[in-house]
Design a protein around this ligand. Sequence first.
Ligand code: ZN
Length: 60
Amino acid sequence: MVKVKKCSFCGYDIPIGRGVMFIQKNGVIYNFCTNKCRKALLVYKKKARKTRWTAYYGKE
Ligand SMILES: [Zn+2]
């Protein structure tokens, strides 16, 4: 059974067969729905709670 994964950055569900998986050298696994999310977290180091288009925006 394949479970629907949530994007590590924006928090929305990733449709089966979509998305990007990224494994850091230290073994931490991230799942991203799009490259936009991958870049936001890994390149721009954005905070999901301060990024408007995420599910976490405005939440504590
Ligand atoms: Zn995402």
